[in-house]
Design a protein around this ligand. Structure first.
Ligand code: FPP
Length: 250
Protein backbone atom coordinates (compact mmCIF):
# COMPACT_ATOMS: atom_id res chain seq x y z
CA UNK A 1 0.00 0.00 0.00
CA UNK A 2 1.31 3.49 -0.85
CA UNK A 3 2.31 5.67 2.10
CA UNK A 4 -0.31 8.32 2.94
CA UNK A 5 0.43 11.88 1.84
CA UNK A 6 1.03 14.45 4.60
CA UNK A 7 -2.21 16.25 3.64
CA UNK A 8 -4.25 13.06 4.23
CA UNK A 9 -2.61 12.51 7.61
CA UNK A 10 -3.21 16.15 8.54
CA UNK A 11 -6.93 15.82 7.68
CA UNK A 12 -7.12 12.68 9.82
CA UNK A 13 -5.43 14.49 12.74
CA UNK A 14 -8.04 17.28 12.43
CA UNK A 15 -10.91 14.76 12.34
CA UNK A 16 -9.55 13.03 15.45
CA UNK A 17 -9.47 16.33 17.33
CA UNK A 18 -7.24 16.52 20.39
CA UNK A 19 -3.77 17.61 19.32
CA UNK A 20 -0.83 17.34 21.76
CA UNK A 21 -0.14 20.82 23.14
CA UNK A 22 3.52 20.05 23.73
CA UNK A 23 5.62 17.66 21.62
CA UNK A 24 9.20 16.86 22.70
CA UNK A 25 11.70 15.12 20.43
CA UNK A 26 14.99 13.33 21.08
CA UNK A 27 16.61 13.72 17.65
CA UNK A 28 18.78 10.63 17.31
CA UNK A 29 20.54 8.77 14.53
CA UNK A 30 22.51 11.47 12.71
CA UNK A 31 25.77 9.56 13.16
CA UNK A 32 24.33 6.30 11.85
CA UNK A 33 22.72 8.09 8.92
CA UNK A 34 26.14 9.47 7.95
CA UNK A 35 27.89 6.13 8.54
CA UNK A 36 25.40 4.33 6.27
CA UNK A 37 26.52 6.71 3.50
CA UNK A 38 30.20 6.57 4.43
CA UNK A 39 30.08 10.29 5.26
CA UNK A 40 31.67 12.05 8.26
CA UNK A 41 29.35 12.36 11.28
CA UNK A 42 28.99 16.17 11.04
CA UNK A 43 27.27 15.71 7.67
CA UNK A 44 24.64 13.65 9.46
CA UNK A 45 24.05 16.55 11.84
CA UNK A 46 23.90 18.99 8.93
CA UNK A 47 21.33 16.82 7.21
CA UNK A 48 19.38 16.76 10.49
CA UNK A 49 18.83 20.51 10.22
CA UNK A 50 16.27 20.06 7.45
CA UNK A 51 14.32 17.68 9.67
CA UNK A 52 14.25 20.45 12.29
CA UNK A 53 12.68 22.74 9.67
CA UNK A 54 10.17 20.01 8.74
CA UNK A 55 8.98 19.42 12.32
CA UNK A 56 8.73 23.15 13.07
CA UNK A 57 6.52 23.66 10.00
CA UNK A 58 4.56 20.49 10.73
CA UNK A 59 3.97 21.55 14.34
CA UNK A 60 2.66 24.93 13.20
CA UNK A 61 0.30 23.28 10.69
CA UNK A 62 -1.11 20.88 13.28
CA UNK A 63 -1.50 23.55 15.96
CA UNK A 64 1.04 22.27 18.50
CA UNK A 65 1.77 25.04 21.04
CA UNK A 66 5.23 23.97 22.24
CA UNK A 67 7.89 21.96 20.39
CA UNK A 68 10.93 20.90 22.45
CA UNK A 69 14.01 19.59 20.63
CA UNK A 70 17.01 18.01 22.38
CA UNK A 71 19.83 19.46 20.27
CA UNK A 72 22.92 19.10 22.47
CA UNK A 73 23.22 17.34 25.83
CA UNK A 74 25.70 18.07 28.61
CA UNK A 75 27.18 14.64 27.84
CA UNK A 76 27.73 15.74 24.21
CA UNK A 77 30.56 18.06 25.39
CA UNK A 78 32.58 14.85 25.79
CA UNK A 79 32.40 13.97 22.08
CA UNK A 80 35.56 14.50 19.99
CA UNK A 81 36.48 18.20 19.74
CA UNK A 82 35.91 18.21 15.96
CA UNK A 83 32.33 16.99 16.38
CA UNK A 84 31.58 19.45 19.22
CA UNK A 85 32.95 22.26 17.10
CA UNK A 86 30.88 21.12 14.07
CA UNK A 87 27.73 21.05 16.20
CA UNK A 88 28.45 24.53 17.58
CA UNK A 89 28.99 25.88 14.05
CA UNK A 90 25.71 24.29 12.95
CA UNK A 91 23.90 25.93 15.85
CA UNK A 92 25.19 29.34 14.80
CA UNK A 93 24.43 28.64 11.14
CA UNK A 94 20.91 27.45 12.01
CA UNK A 95 20.22 30.68 13.88
CA UNK A 96 21.69 32.84 11.13
CA UNK A 97 19.78 31.09 8.36
CA UNK A 98 16.45 30.52 10.09
CA UNK A 99 15.95 33.41 12.54
CA UNK A 100 14.08 35.71 10.14
CA UNK A 101 11.93 32.89 8.74
CA UNK A 102 11.07 31.61 12.24
CA UNK A 103 10.24 35.16 13.27
CA UNK A 104 7.94 35.66 10.27
CA UNK A 105 6.23 32.32 11.01
CA UNK A 106 5.43 33.59 14.53
CA UNK A 107 7.81 31.19 16.29
CA UNK A 108 9.24 32.14 19.67
CA UNK A 109 12.67 30.53 19.97
CA UNK A 110 13.80 29.72 23.50
CA UNK A 111 17.15 28.07 24.22
CA UNK A 112 17.32 26.13 27.47
CA UNK A 113 20.31 24.62 29.24
CA UNK A 114 23.66 25.63 30.70
CA UNK A 115 24.13 28.35 28.08
CA UNK A 116 27.13 29.83 29.93
CA UNK A 117 29.18 26.94 28.55
CA UNK A 118 28.62 28.00 24.95
CA UNK A 119 31.46 29.75 23.08
CA UNK A 120 30.98 33.54 22.80
CA UNK A 121 29.78 33.55 19.15
CA UNK A 122 27.11 30.94 19.80
CA UNK A 123 26.07 32.62 23.03
CA UNK A 124 25.61 35.91 21.19
CA UNK A 125 23.60 34.23 18.39
CA UNK A 126 21.38 32.48 20.95
CA UNK A 127 20.70 35.75 22.80
CA UNK A 128 19.96 37.49 19.49
CA UNK A 129 17.36 34.99 18.25
CA UNK A 130 15.66 34.79 21.64
CA UNK A 131 15.37 38.58 21.73
CA UNK A 132 14.23 38.83 18.09
CA UNK A 133 11.43 36.27 18.51
CA UNK A 134 10.42 36.97 22.13
CA UNK A 135 7.05 38.52 21.23
CA UNK A 136 5.88 35.62 19.00
CA UNK A 137 3.15 33.25 20.12
CA UNK A 138 2.20 30.92 17.24
CA UNK A 139 4.63 28.19 18.37
CA UNK A 140 7.18 28.12 21.17
CA UNK A 141 10.30 26.29 19.98
CA UNK A 142 12.38 25.11 22.93
CA UNK A 143 15.89 24.17 21.83
CA UNK A 144 17.75 22.32 24.57
CA UNK A 145 21.46 23.06 24.33
CA UNK A 146 24.07 21.92 26.87
CA UNK A 147 21.15 20.44 28.77
CA UNK A 148 20.90 17.60 31.28
CA UNK A 149 17.75 16.87 33.27
CA UNK A 150 19.48 15.73 36.47
CA UNK A 151 21.54 18.93 36.55
CA UNK A 152 18.32 20.90 35.97
CA UNK A 153 16.67 19.18 38.96
CA UNK A 154 19.76 19.73 41.16
CA UNK A 155 19.78 23.40 40.16
CA UNK A 156 16.09 23.74 41.13
CA UNK A 157 16.73 21.99 44.48
CA UNK A 158 19.63 24.35 45.21
CA UNK A 159 17.51 27.42 44.41
CA UNK A 160 14.77 26.25 46.76
CA UNK A 161 17.30 25.29 49.48
CA UNK A 162 18.82 28.78 49.29
CA UNK A 163 15.37 30.35 49.71
CA UNK A 164 14.72 28.14 52.75
CA UNK A 165 18.17 29.00 54.21
CA UNK A 166 17.43 32.70 53.73
CA UNK A 167 14.16 32.30 55.65
CA UNK A 168 11.99 33.26 52.65
CA UNK A 169 10.42 29.81 52.25
CA UNK A 170 9.32 26.99 54.56
CA UNK A 171 10.21 23.39 53.51
CA UNK A 172 6.53 22.40 53.74
CA UNK A 173 5.65 25.10 51.20
CA UNK A 174 7.61 23.22 48.51
CA UNK A 175 5.26 21.28 46.24
CA UNK A 176 5.20 20.05 42.60
CA UNK A 177 4.07 23.42 41.27
CA UNK A 178 6.75 25.42 43.09
CA UNK A 179 9.45 22.94 42.06
CA UNK A 180 8.36 23.18 38.40
CA UNK A 181 8.73 26.96 38.59
CA UNK A 182 12.47 26.53 39.20
CA UNK A 183 13.03 24.40 36.08
CA UNK A 184 14.14 25.78 32.69
CA UNK A 185 10.67 24.92 31.35
CA UNK A 186 8.84 27.27 33.71
CA UNK A 187 5.58 28.38 32.10
CA UNK A 188 5.40 25.46 29.61
CA UNK A 189 2.84 22.67 29.93
CA UNK A 190 4.48 19.25 30.40
CA UNK A 191 5.06 17.37 27.12
CA UNK A 192 2.05 15.30 26.01
CA UNK A 193 4.11 13.35 23.49
CA UNK A 194 7.79 12.40 23.43
CA UNK A 195 9.20 11.15 20.13
CA UNK A 196 12.59 9.46 19.94
CA UNK A 197 14.00 8.59 16.55
CA UNK A 198 16.39 5.82 15.43
CA UNK A 199 14.68 3.06 17.40
CA UNK A 200 16.50 3.69 20.70
CA UNK A 201 14.27 3.20 23.75
CA UNK A 202 15.85 5.54 26.31
CA UNK A 203 15.12 8.93 27.89
CA UNK A 204 18.84 9.86 27.98
CA UNK A 205 18.60 12.48 30.74
CA UNK A 206 15.98 14.56 28.89
CA UNK A 207 13.18 16.31 30.84
CA UNK A 208 13.07 13.70 33.63
CA UNK A 209 10.68 15.75 35.78
CA UNK A 210 8.46 16.96 32.94
CA UNK A 211 7.94 13.55 31.25
CA UNK A 212 6.13 12.00 34.26
CA UNK A 213 2.88 11.37 32.33
CA UNK A 214 4.07 11.82 28.74
CA UNK A 215 3.16 9.34 26.01
CA UNK A 216 6.29 7.92 24.37
CA UNK A 217 6.56 7.17 20.64
CA UNK A 218 9.65 5.44 19.27
CA UNK A 219 10.28 5.88 15.55
CA UNK A 220 12.74 3.60 13.80
CA UNK A 221 13.56 6.38 11.31
CA UNK A 222 16.97 8.06 11.65
CA UNK A 223 16.66 11.78 12.42
CA UNK A 224 17.83 13.10 9.00
CA UNK A 225 15.04 11.03 7.38
CA UNK A 226 12.37 12.22 9.82
CA UNK A 227 9.89 14.48 8.06
CA UNK A 228 6.42 15.96 8.43
CA UNK A 229 4.78 12.66 7.50
CA UNK A 230 6.62 10.90 10.34
CA UNK A 231 5.57 13.65 12.76
CA UNK A 232 1.95 13.32 11.71
CA UNK A 233 2.17 9.53 12.09
CA UNK A 234 3.39 9.98 15.67
CA UNK A 235 0.57 12.42 16.44
CA UNK A 236 -2.04 10.06 14.99
CA UNK A 237 -0.65 7.27 17.15
CA UNK A 238 -0.86 9.60 20.19
CA UNK A 239 -4.49 10.40 19.39
CA UNK A 240 -5.35 6.72 19.72
CA UNK A 241 -3.79 6.41 23.19
CA UNK A 242 -5.85 6.16 26.34
CA UNK A 243 -4.22 8.61 28.77
CA UNK A 244 -5.16 7.78 32.35
CA UNK A 245 -2.60 9.63 34.49
CA UNK A 246 -2.65 6.72 36.96
CA UNK A 247 -6.44 6.80 37.31
CA UNK A 248 -9.10 4.35 36.08
CA UNK A 249 -11.29 5.24 33.06
CA UNK A 250 -14.48 7.17 33.89
C1 FPP B 1 22.05 12.68 17.93
O1 FPP B 1 22.56 11.88 16.90
C2 FPP B 1 21.97 14.08 17.52
C3 FPP B 1 22.72 15.09 18.06
C4 FPP B 1 23.69 14.87 19.14
C5 FPP B 1 22.64 16.48 17.56
C6 FPP B 1 21.33 16.96 17.05
C7 FPP B 1 21.60 18.08 16.10
C8 FPP B 1 20.90 18.34 14.98
C9 FPP B 1 19.69 17.64 14.60
C10 FPP B 1 21.36 19.37 13.98
C11 FPP B 1 21.42 20.74 14.49
C12 FPP B 1 20.13 21.29 14.92
C13 FPP B 1 20.00 22.51 15.40
C14 FPP B 1 18.69 23.00 15.86
C15 FPP B 1 21.15 23.42 15.50
P1 FPP B 1 23.84 11.00 17.17
O2 FPP B 1 25.04 11.78 16.74
O3 FPP B 1 23.88 10.56 18.60
O4 FPP B 1 23.57 9.79 16.21
P2 FPP B 1 24.05 8.27 16.40
O5 FPP B 1 23.39 7.75 17.64
O6 FPP B 1 23.56 7.60 15.16
O7 FPP B 1 25.55 8.28 16.49
Amino acid sequence: MAASAPADLLSQIRVNGAVPRHVAIIMDGNGRWAKDRMLPRPLGHRSGMKSVREVVEGAIEVGVEVLSLFAFSQENWQRPATEVSALMSLLEEYIQREADELDSQGVQVVMLGELDRLPAAQRAAVDRVMKQTAKNSKLRLNLFISYGARAEIVRAARTLAAEVAAGRLKPEEIDDALFAEKLFTVGCPDPDLLIRTSGEQRISNFLLWQLAYTEIYISSVLWPDFDRRELYGAILDYQNRDRRFGRVPA
